[in-house]
Design a protein around this ligand. Structure first.
Ligand SMILES: [Zn+2]
Length: 166
């Protein structure tokens, strides 16, 4: 098959579109890749650089689809907030035996000293008889310890933050 004007135009268009010589040959039909390359050179279109390999870099720019293809990282992003769910500050909970009261059973005169992590099902309250405050004698002592010793341990802060739950 020869190079009719029509086919030459098509060749030019495809070449400028960034198709490789072999792709163009396939599109045109009846010509080999080498014939396409030869024609391209004769037409002075080779500015796009030599066929096949160097043609690829020229091929990439019109493909900003790549960043969108980076979308697979999106699911990972969804997982992050889930991991971040324990939004409560890293309070160091006193390691104690579970209390006898839960959020549901905690009564007015029971010690509201929290035991465990409020985000866990195992979370309980002390539940012992409260003295005059919200806590039993033992816990009241820890909760209302003097200010100077406060930074030594967390219970005081813990107690304060837990008021929100009570
Ligand atoms: Zn208690």
């Amino acid at each position: 098959m020869g190079w009719t004007d029509e086919r030459v135009e098509m060749l030019k268009r495809l070449w400028l579109d960034g198709l490789s010589a072999s792709q163009i040959a396939k599109q045109l039909g009846g010509v080999t890749r080498n014939a396409v390359i030869g024609k391209v050179h004769r037409l002075g279109l080779s500015g796009r650089a030599t066929p096949s390999k160097p043609a690829r870099p020229a091929f990439k720019p019109p493909r900003p689809a790549r960043p969108a293809a980076a979308a697979p990282s999106a699911p990972r992003r969804i997982a992050e907030p889930m991991a971040a769910v324990p939004e409560a500050p890293p309070v160091r909970y006193v390691d104690e035996a579970p209390g006898s009261a839960t959020v549901l059973t905690l009564g007015a005169h029971m010690c509201k000293w929290p035991i465990g992590d409020p985000s866990l099902e195992t979370f309980t309250f002390c539940g012992r008889r409260a003295s005059d405050g919200p806590y039993c004698n033992e816990h009241a002592r820890v909760a209302y310890q003097p200010v100077q010793t406060k930074k030594r341990s967390g219970p005081n802060d813990l107690a304060r933050s837990l008021r929100r739950y009570i």
